[in-house]
Design a protein around this ligand. Structure first.
Ligand code: BES
Ligand code: ZN
Length: 650
């Protein structure tokens, strides 16, 4: 009895493992799961998929194994148009409907191919549009299709695409377009299973006007000839949120044999200089966690409207130009996106409630890279900034207690972008730092390296991580952590009282200088401030009281020229302080900043400060109206929501 139970359990586990790793089935082969290869070591099978409540797809029935895109980039219509062909791996022989995710796609035709290489039209239903999840697409067929081809066009308002007129670019000559698929925006430009639990390889044929260069999260060729006709292949299986495309006036600059930077020509040399340490970062991470498995690592510098700091699109990180400040002080962004090549792109969160597996692990690895390249003091300053920010958000009730746990309940009905907070990033990384402190660096490094190797190219849940940790880390030193401590980190809100807070001596010096000035002394001398990194300016501003006197803000501005600063990290702290202190002289610089930059993190705090008063709200609305045509749909949505919810006090 026990043996039978065990055997069937092994079969189920082997089948699951086999299905997850199955290559695209050959066109006419019978649809049966291949037997699992004989196990080499008594390793546990890969965990079964957990349901993803952010997708309509049914990966237990069928999985996309390969995607073939054939798309034309039409800047006049602000549209991608063409076809997506999905190769399908079904889990049994019965015909089932194929359910896909879409948002705002105009579908003109769907055809199927049952393996005999004849294409037949298929009937389908496109459900009404859900504001968060888009339209469920159900494709019917009496026979099981091995391939399905959807002919479609995107909407000019596609949530995952931004279309820029030439005037909104640096060079002002050519238009620009780019995608941002994470978390659930891939469905707005490709009909597919939009869940991080499904991975597939892809090929793409992309046409553009001949003067425009196109790039994807795939095998970009640094020597590609610009001719408007581009082909890409991504052999490694990736989830939908890592599909990416960009097109514009893009040139390449080499950093090393396997890395370089793409940008508009005007930015190219500055970008190359700022990101010159990229190869060193790759080598550092390889030394810690094993080989970089994605061949090239290139960066693409986007226009300032890019709504994020960075996006870890495989082989081609998308980056905001706002980190190009001339002194490499913000390149931990590159460390972060590069780190995702292990945490996230290799070992992927199975659904968005598990996003701390992507972002918390990445923030931890980022800090290790920063420490190795720029010193412990820099890594510490960044940890202090992150931890103080999280403490503020918790104290201000910005994150409700139920969302302050690492292992979240299902996000049923919620937009995964809303569920994202500094809990995933900062508490996630802090938990790993805690484990590192308790088990010691050598043990923890070996554990993490083994984790990346074991789960490479798989999507896993928080529970899978917890089981792996209990089996592979805790036994190394059974007394290192208690169950109560683990429970506090994983399942309780807030930061555990026993967590060791980061501390920075360089920040202590900044605090002393600020206090001396607030107490009536002189502004910090340029002998000191000329050596400050961006992080020290951040600390200087963040420690200011809620409001300053008119004389104080004016003195700060004339001493340090904060108005009009090109450094967004400084701007996002200076302008709110100016608003709170009623320093209207900051308004022209602030308006210019809000109209140029679309990175959400940098501009939202300024809008938040403005909408607190009637007068500020009116100013914010005026600026937003002018800025909106240049904002990305993701940024527009955030600012609109903020303005709609505003309750100005006076
Ligand atoms: N993957 C994220 C960006 C993201 C997360 C987009 C969730 C959509 C949904 C990226 O790696 C990231 O964390 N970017 C940060 C960079 C920072 C922490 C260095 C950003 O954009 O601010
Ligand atoms: Zn990240």
């Amino acid at each position: 009895m026990r043996l039978v139970l065990l055997m069937s359990l092994v079969c189920v586990m082997a089948l699951t493992a086999c299905q997850r790793n199955a290559p695209a089935p050959a066109a006419a082969a019978p649809v049966v799961a291949k037997p699992a290869p004989a196990p080499k070591a008594p390793e546990p099978a890969m965990p079964a998929r957990t349901h993803d409540e952010s997708s309509y797809a049914e990966p237990d029935v069928v999985r996309i194994s390969n995607l073939t895109l054939d798309l034309a980039v039409d800047f006049d219509k602000k549209q991608l148009a063409g076809s997506a062909t999905l190769d399908l791996a079904w889990h049994d022989l019965q015909p089932h409907p194929l359910v896909l995710d879409t948002r705002d796609l105009a579908i003109s035709k769907i055809e199927g191919n049952d393996g005999t290489d004849t294409w037949v039209p298929l009937t389908y239903e496109l459900a009404p549009r859900d504001p968060i999840f888009g339209s469920k697409l159900t494709i019917n067929s009496a026979r099981q299709m091995r391939q399905v081809r959807i002919t479609y066009a995107t909407s000019p308002q596609a949530s995952g695409l931004q279309w820029l007129e030439p005037g909104m670019t640096e060079g002002k000559q050519l238009p620009f377009m780019f995608s941002q698929s994470e978390a659930i925006h891939a469905r707005s430009w490709i009909p597919l299973q939009d869940t991080p639990g499904v991975r597939f390889s892809y090929s793409a044929h992309i046409t553009t006007p001949p003067s425009v260069m196109a790039l994807m999260s795939a095998d970009n060729n640094p020597a590609a000839v610009r001719n408007g006709n581009y082909s890409f292949r991504m052999e490694q299986a990736v989830p939908s949120y890592l599909l990416a495309i960009a097109a514009g006036d893009l040139v390449f600059r080499r950093i090393s044999d396997r890395s370089g930077v793409w940008s508009e020509p005007e930015m190219a040399e500055k970008a190359k200089a700022e990101f010159a340490d990229t190869e060193k970062m790759i080598q550092t991470t390889e030394g810690l966690y094993g080989p970089y498995r994605w061949t090239r690592y290139d960066l693409l510098v986007l226009p300032p409207s890019f709504p994020f700091g960075g996006m870890e699109n495989p082989r081609l990180t998308f980056a905001t130009p706002t980190v190009i400040v001339g002194d490499k002080s913000l390149v931990s962004l590159v460390a972060h996106e590069l780190a995702h090549s292990w945490s996230g792109n290799l070992v992927t969160n199975a659904s968005w409630k598990d996003i701390w597996l992507n972002e918390g692990f990445t923030t931890y690895v980022q800090s290790r890279i920063t420490e190795a390249l720029y010193g412990q003091d820099v890594a510490e300053m960044e940890r202090v900034i992150d931890q103080s920010e999280l403490a503020r958000e918790i104290a201000n009730d910005d994150i409700k207690p139920a969302d302050q746990v690492l292992i979240l309940p299902p996000l049923t009905g919620r937009d995964p972008d809303d569920g994202l907070s500094d809990i995933a990033y900062t508490k996630g990384a802090w938990f790993l730092q805690f484990l590192e402190q308790r088990f010691g660096r050598p043990t923890f490094d070996a554990f993490l390296r083994g984790y990346f190797d074991h789960f490479a190219f798989h999507s896993i849940s928080s529970d899978d991580f917890e089981s792996w940790m209990r089996a592979n880390l805790l036994p190394k030193d059974p007394k290192a952590v208690t169950d109560a401590e683990l429970h506090a980190w994983l399942h309780e809100p807030g930061i555990p009282v026993f967590a060791v807070r980061a501390a920075s001596e360089r920040f202590n010096a900044v605090d002393v200088a600020r206090k001396a000035w607030l107490d009536g002394g002189a502004l910090p001398a340029s002998a000191a401030t000329s050596k400050w990194m961006t992080q020290e300016w951040i600390r200087f501003l963040e420690g200011m009281p809620e409001t300053l006197t008119a004389a104080q803000v004016a003195a700060l501005d004339s001493g340090f020229h904060f108005n009009g600063t090109p450094n967004g990290e400084i701007a996002m702290r200076w302008y709110p302080l100016a608003v709170r202190s009623n320093y209207t002289a900051a308004r022209p610089g602030m308006a210019a900043f809000l109209q140029k930059i679309g990175r959400r993190k940098l501009i939202i705090p300024i809008y938040e400060a403005l909408v607190k008063t009637q007068d500020g709200l009116a100013f914010a609305k005026g600026v937003f109206e002018k800025a909106k045509p240049g904002y990305h749909p993701i940024t527009t949505a955030s600012v609109e929501e903020l303005i709609a919810k505003a309750k100005p006090a006076h």
